[in-house]
Design a binder for this molecule. Sequence first.
Ligand code: NDP
Length: 320
Amino acid sequence: MIYRHLGKAGLQVSALSIGSWVTFHTQSGVRDAMELMSAAYDTGVNFFDNAENYAAGQSEAVMGEALKKLGWRRGSYLVTTKFFWGLHDNVNEWNTLNRKYLIEAINGSLKRLDMDYVDIVYCHRPDPTTPIEETVWAMHNIIEWGKALYWGTSEWEAAQILEAIEIAERHHLHKPVVEQPVYNLLERHRFGPDYDAVYKDYKLGSTTWSPLASGLLTGKYNDGVPSDSRGALPGYEWLKELLTDESRLDKVRALAPIAEQMGATLAQFSIAWCLQNPSVSTVLTGASRVEQFHENMKALDFVDRFTPEVMAAIDAALDS
Ligand code: NDP
């Protein structure tokens, strides 16, 4: 396994990591989660991503129970969670980053995970209705109380991240150390020029999500939606639309020969492409079964293979 610093933080994260969105509770129970997490841990993965709203809190419960049964030393792995949408459709408790919600949320997550602290807590989306200063103070307090060790943002605009850093610096509070953006061959905007000040100048860490665009970048949707795939799950009809979009499928088909020439599967090639970006600290991968995990981990063998010629071929395939 390769480890990378989480931006400027002292913390090192495995270059590939495991997330539980869609899978834990919905597709995988505690036993499956234990199998996947064991395979990951044995390979050197030290980062397990979660969120309050994944399976309405049940994903945290599954991960917490799996970790308890696995019995690993708490110092040897990292667990994260994220807040924004909330679990209760009620004023002050949903679509917010207000102080009251955030404090209630961390207490609820720690209870479900059955842990004393999480390693990183994220603001899952920006909340334009709460002053960033209020959110920064709440995240600072959560860290000061020992309920989380680091904090970050997810899908925030560059200007919002820089504002949070500036507020924290002005008040000598804990600063965000990481952003969690979508990043894959089909969605590259979160590392566009707007973010140069965040990643290239400030050197914030990044834990990127959906490297396979939910499985699209494996090629498995090229001829329709497999019945045992995420695209066939009830409640994910919105995702099925993206997974069956012909213009996206054309790009996937155009990328396939480049992966083949590299000797990689399309999944390995797509994950390795994320990692060739030095601003990426870890690529959060998802797997509904352990065989997928084993295939995806081999992406590490291809990270150094993205020559200028390969990058040009990728640009041409994506422009086609
Ligand atoms: P991917 O884009 O890698 O999609 C993972 C899914 O693709 C798997 O569950 C599986 O679905 C399929 N798959 C994976 N590998 C293979 C393979 N080798 N062959 C065939 N199919 C494969 O990642 P996710 O979208 O799951 O995102 C990863 C993590 O990022 C999440 O778990 C979560 O922790 C985080 N995330 C964060 C978000 C945020 O807003 N901050 C948003 C979304 C995710 P199946 O078998 O069911 O088809």
